[in-house]
Design a protein around this ligand. Structure first.
Ligand code: ZN
Length: 293
């Protein structure tokens, strides 16, 4: 197991709950969200300029669309952010339940956008995972989820990885890219770390290894597809929330974090909580996939 400590603060964002990093290759921007503040952000990597788009409700994740728009998983369901930054809901999800909101999400190789739900208070089992088709219809792919997180696919596109943070591990499904069907759920990785730490967002690199943000564990871990801990990236913040690869060569690893619920003395110990961090771990990521709707 390697330890990697050469991590830099990329943006002292002071996010409350920074999440959902996505690399926009065309614009050279890192997209991310501040969940409870209801903001999507575009960070221009070369200039360091960060721009927020207010969506008017909590946002769990965003994805790039082939059209140049963004797709978003928000409190009330799925929506589109057009190029002018205007948000509109395209599909209401669990809108009858004001206690639930959408959380992490990601696009698959066939232009679908996957995102799950959770209760604002993380009540066990009331969330689900949904698959939004390019025609804006959606299906419930998985029920009984507590904190839906961490989607990603293997480089051969045959495995979809999924995290229910409350279950403290990473599960794999056989993925049928033609239909989007997921089958044969199994546990592949049990997260190593402090007992109160939980897996949050994740990404799979070009070698098929899995990078996962360990929230309350001050780290990002890299695991082999068979569950061996390979690398630990140590962070100066406790609540690592998600990660993705980016930059021209896909060799930067960007890591989001949260300052949510930190007491004043904890904030004094980690003044950059809510920041976005970067390191170059020596492997490259897979390109971002696009929503087709
Ligand atoms: Zn998350």
């Amino acid at each position: 197991m390697r330890r990697h400590t050469a991590v830099e603060l990329l943006l002292d964002a002071h996010a409350e709950l920074g999440e959902g990093p996505v690399w926009d290759h065309t614009r050279g921007e890192l997209l991310w969200v501040d969940v409870l503040r209801g903001q999507a952000h575009r960070l221009d990597i070369d200039s360091g300029r960060d721009k927020a788009i207010d969506l008017g409700q909590p946002v769990g994740a965003i994805g790039l669309c082939a059209s140049g728009n963004l797709v978003a998983a928000v409190r009330d369901g799925f929506g589109i952010i057009d190029k002018a930054g205007k948000f509109s809901l395209i599909a209401a999800v669990e809108s009858e339940d004001p206690m639930n909101r959408m959380n992490d999400g990601k696009c698959d190789s066939r232009g679908r956008f996957w995102a799950g739900t959770m209760a604002f208070d993380a009540k066990p089992g009331v969330g689900a995972l949904y698959r939004l088709e390019p025609d804006h219809s959606f299906v419930k792919a998985l029920a009984g989820v507590t904190i839906s997180n961490g989607l990603s696919w293997s480089p051969d596109d045959r495995i979809m990885y999924f995290i229910d943070s409350a279950a403290r591990g990473i599960d794999a499904f056989d993925f049928d890219r033609e239909t989007g069907r997921i089958t044969k759920r199994r546990r592949v990785i049990n997260i190593l770390g402090p007992t109160d730490s939980v897996p949050d967002g994740m990404t799979v690199d070009a070698e098929g290894y899995i990078w996962v943000a360990v929230c309350f564990g001050s780290a990002v871990h890299r695991y082999s597809p068979t569950g061996q801990l390979d690398t630990v990236i140590e962070l100066p913040i406790s609540q690592a929330t998600s990660c993705c690869f980016g930059r021209k060569d896909l060799g930067d690893l960007y890591i989001t974090s949260a300052a949510l619920n930190l007491k004043p003395e904890q904030l004094a110990r980690e003044p950059h909580a809510g920041g976005i961090f970067v390191c170059r771990p020596g492997v490259i990521g897979q390109p971002s996939q696009l929503y087709g709707g």
